[in-house]
Design a protein around this ligand. Structure first.
Ligand code: SF4
Ligand code: SF4
Ligand code: SF4
Length: 423
């Protein structure tokens, strides 16, 4: 935050700036300066101007001061400001519009975001790996599910997303999810190497004009396969398909679900057998799934369906959940800011006394697990898919033990499960 005095001479003022850039300039002018947006912003303390100050600068037409600021590059697109603004101003969208303006005008775009754009354009994914290796995570499964790649007419298409596909620390999320689907008898497939990045990372970098090509490609491939339902473990992919794609392509006949919703439906339909997980857990709502996607109940229903598990909410949860810091490409532009935000969220999780911090997002898991590692905190960070898979395995082990008359002694359990219980 800055307290410098600005020179308001005529030459510095571009009165039409807000008109040209803000999604709703009229509404932006109704800002009453209450500061709720700044107080809600997880990265506000790292910004040179707080969100409230930035809106004022825009209103005054101080374009150069606005575009020189790093404030909008530090927006993690958590949407907390928008849902809390008493005037209902689309503030996250205004931050994104400023990024777009800077990109279009070639103004101080962080190097990392330009590299991201080039990587996604060249490789159709965010990591730069050969796109045909998108199913590499499946090679470590005990058995690769039949029809995992490009099965025509499957009941469900699992859109894996770049993070799950290419970042080994979260391979266990798609691995767990496909095993859950297989055990539940869901007829599923993936696009394999034909899956392209959903485009969300470019949207978050102010490059939304590049998303249409990705939307068209992904939707056409799914249509060719004759599939009507698409499921996501990545909330950002889910958000892109449900909030960005409808403005770009016709989706009328397609249905979208996040993995938490699909698992909740399978539990209700008694298609998942869950065994005991006698642990206290807390749940972190990913911004793209909760505050932006409106999915709060399904993950909690799934957690509460696991026998022996106790869910303790953090001080901020549901629509008021704090961001983990992993959104908006801020990790690419300024990794230490992401680390500081994640550390705050981790501290809230510790405050519940839970031993496991559960989320439903690859990026949240990466960010929060890294914060726990750096702080040397003994808190396990798991995705809900991993926890459900563990619960299902616990039931299978218990059933096998009963069937073979094995005692309940923990030494009889496989080493991997015993280790897991100790964490
Ligand atoms: S919360 Fe809304 S009204 Fe309050 S300062 Fe921020 S933009 Fe203005
Ligand atoms: S969307 Fe989140 S990070 Fe961005 S300005 Fe609003 S509160 Fe801050
Ligand atoms: S939003 Fe989804 S597809 Fe897009 S980069 Fe993230 S994981 Fe990849």
């Amino acid at each position: 935050m800055t307290s410098e005095t600005l020179d308001l001479t005529r030459e510095l003022v571009d009165e039409a700036f807000a008109e040209r850039v803000a999604p709703d300039p009229e509404l932006l002018r109704t800002c009453m300066g209450c500061g709720t947006c700044s107080a809600s912003c997880p990265t506000g303390t790292a910004m040179d101007y707080t969100p409230r100050q930035l809106w004022r600068l825009m209103d005054l037409g101080l374009k150069d001061e606005v575009v020189r600021s790093r404030t909008f590059w530090l927006c993690v697109t958590c949407n907390a400001c928008t849902v809390r603004c008493p005037r209902g101003i689309p503030l996250m969208e205004t931050m994104l519009a400023l990024k777009s303006y800077a990109v279009q005008e070639g103004l101080q775009v962080p190097e990392g975001l330009l590299r991201l754009r080039d990587t996604v354009t060249a490789n159709h994914n965010i990591s730069g790996d050969p796109n045909e290796t998108r199913l590499i995570w499946s090679e470590n499964l005990p058995r690769i599910p039949e029809g995992i790649e490009a099965k025509r007419g499957a009941e469900v298409l699992y859109f894996v997303g770049c993070v799950g596909a290419f970042y080994p620390r979260v391979y266990s999320i798609p691995q767990s999810f496909v095993q859950i689907l297989e055990r539940a008898g869901v007829d599923f497939t993936t696009l394999g190497g034909e899956e392209w990045c959903c485009g969300y990372p470019l949207y978050a970098a102010g490059m939304a004009d590049r998303v249409a090509e990705m939307a068209r490609h992904n939707v056409e491939r799914i249509r060719e396969m004759g599939i009507k339902r698409v499921v996501f473990t990545c909330p950002s992919c889910y958000y892109a398909w449900t909030h960005l794609y409808p403005n770009l392509v016709v989706l009328d006949d397609l249905q979208f679900l996040h993995a938490t919703e699909l698992m909740a439906g399978l539990i209700e339909g008694q298609r998942l057998g869950l065994g005991p997980v006698e642990r206290v857990v807390t749940y972190h709502d990913p911004c793209d799934l909760g505050r932006k996607g409106g999915v709060f109940d399904a993950p909690r229903f799934v957690l509460e369906s696991i026998p022996g598990l106790e869910l303790r909410e953090m001080a901020n949860y549901g629509e008021n959940a704090l961001c983990c810091g992993g959104g908006g490409d801020v990790e690419i532009a300024e990794a230490e800011v992401t680390g500081a935000v994640a550390a705050r969220r981790l501290a809230q999780a510790q405050g519940t006394g839970a031993g496991i911090l559960v989320s439903a997002c690859q990026q949240c898991k990466r960010t929060l697990a890294e914060a726990a590692r750096k702080a040397r905190v003994r808190m396990r960070v798991m995705d809900l898919t991993e926890l459900v898979w563990r619960s299902m395995q616990n039931l299978e082990i218990a059933n096998a033990r009963r069937g073979f008359g094995i005692s309940n002694n923990s030494q009889d359990r496989p080493a991997s499960v015993r280790e897991d219980e100790g964490r």
